[in-house]
Design a protein around this ligand. Structure first.
Ligand code: FMN
Length: 400
């Protein structure tokens, strides 16, 4: 089989060097990559680097190898165009259809999915001109990854940083796998909870669970690649931040509830993949609980935590909002799942069997997605991102 053909556009931002890592990931995972830098990009990383790493000649303009008509062919032959970093200037040119170099010509002739990974100073990102350009590109079907928050050029910090190249690669991989030019979740805001809550007993101890956050993070990555604005509410996960996702870190079930209610106010879909503790210790000891000679420990009294899934399913803050729950069961998996779906009032419930060595912390899972309409969608054992894609298929159907 032919290798998938990727055009890696690089525009003139300080983060251009990070595109070398993205290029490596793409070539090492079996993609044929043509690098198309802008003239400004070559001020940051030279043509020799792009050419040697990609194994192809590199040109910035339409006047080289004219007999091959590169201004048309480069885009026509691509399965994916990814521009990383995308400067404010490049977003403006792409939004307005300018074609004054090879990359902008390629963007006009490509009929494949297009991903932009913008990187710039916060002021440039927040400028109404850039906001409008991003909105135009998204409305046309491009996936524009939200920049990360962090250190920018010089001493500044803020939103505008290029996300980790490994995470941009994940978005490219998912977009290529779907192969659609208009992502079905574009314009949608989705909220995902991930990880496992920790309920503190004292400053050093907590009641927790085995959830790693992998399923919730897979949901966040796949939703971002399908064009959604994603808020990921993560409870105690050590996983790398997915590209293009607004991350909110929480610790306890009560904190998770607050974050979910806040984000759900304008969400089209809420997917509760986090393992939320049903109970928390009734009392919190301000100092570390000590062993006392000759005395048995005090029993730990538990109180109920709020039932977030039932709450958001009962008080729908937006009509048409789709709510998805997860049920981790150890026995009578389907029967318990059906009962839970009814009790909670959500639209979809992903039921999977968990155990010490099953699902939690693994990269794979097996599940059945139950619908409030009586539907049952089995998802065979496989990567958690396959289950995530099925969840978004079912959500997208319900959003219409
Ligand atoms: C040191 C330096 C760093 C820059 N970093 C960025 C950046 O991160 N993002 C951006 O949009 N522009 C940045 N610029 C400005 C762009 O290079 C400039 O807008 C250029 O015209 C972009 O051209 P291009 O879009 O054709 O690559 C930077 C300029 C300099 C001198």
């Amino acid at each position: 089989m032919d290798k998938p053909k990727v055009v890696l556009g690089v525009s003139g931002g300080i983060a251009a060097y990070k595109a070398c890592e993205l290029l490596r990931r793409l070539t090492e995972s079996g993609h044929e990559v043509r690098v198309v830098p802008t003239a400004s990009a070559l001020h940051f990383v030279g043509a020799a680097t792009w050419s040697a790493l990609s194994g192809h000649p590199v040109s910035t303009e339409v006047w080289d190898d004219v007999h091959e008509v590169p201004h048309v062919r480069t885009g026509q032959h691509a399965d994916l165009v990814v521009v990383a970093p995308a400067t404010a200037d490049m977003l403006a040119k792409a939004a307005h259809g300018l074609a004054d170099d090879l990359l902008t010509n390629t963007l006009l002739t490509a009929r494949c999915p297009v991903v932009f990974a913008p990187a710039m100073h916060t002021e440039m990102w927040e400028h109404p001109a850039t906001r409008d350009n991003v909105a135009t590109l998204r409305a046309r079907g491009a996936v524009v990854i939200e920049p990360a928050v962090g250190r920018l050029t010089g001493v500044d910090t803020g939103k505008g940083r290029l996300p980790d190249p490994g995470e941009i690669f994940e978005v490219c991989r998912r977009v290529l796998a779907r192969g659609v030019t208009v992502p079905d979740l574009r314009g949608r805001h989705v909220v995902i909870s991930a990880g496992g809550t920790r309920e503190p007993l004292d400053p050093v101890r907590f009641l927790g669970n085995r959830s790693s956050g992998k399923q919730g993070y897979a949901l966040a990555r796949t939703a971002a690649a399908r064009g959604a604005r994603v808020t990921l509410i993560a409870a105690n996960s050590a996983l790398p931040d997915p590209a293009g996702v607004d991350l909110v870190s929480v610790g306890t079930a009560v904190e998770l509830r607050e974050a979910v209610l806040r984000a759900a106010a304008d969400a089209d879909a809420v997917v509760m993949a986090a393992a939320v503790a049903d109970f928390r210790p009734a009392a919190y000891a301000a100092g570390k609980i000590k062993k006392k000679d000759g005395q048995e420990p005090e029993p730990v009294t538990l109180v109920r935590n709020p039932d977030i899934l039932a709450e958001i399913s009962g008080d729908r803050v937006r009509s048409g909002q789709v709510i998805v729950g997860f049920a981790a069961e150890t026995d009578d998996v389907l029967a318990n799942g059906r009962a839970k779906l009814k009790r909670k009032g959500c639209d979809l419930l992903v039921v999977n069997e968990v155990g010490e060595h099953k699902t939690f912390g693994r990269d794979e899972s097996e599940a059945v997605v139950l619908g409030a309409d009586g539907s049952e969608t089995p998802v065979a054992y496989g990567p958690k991102e396959t289950l995530a894609e099925t969840v978004w298929d079912l959500v997208a159907e319900r959003l219409g």
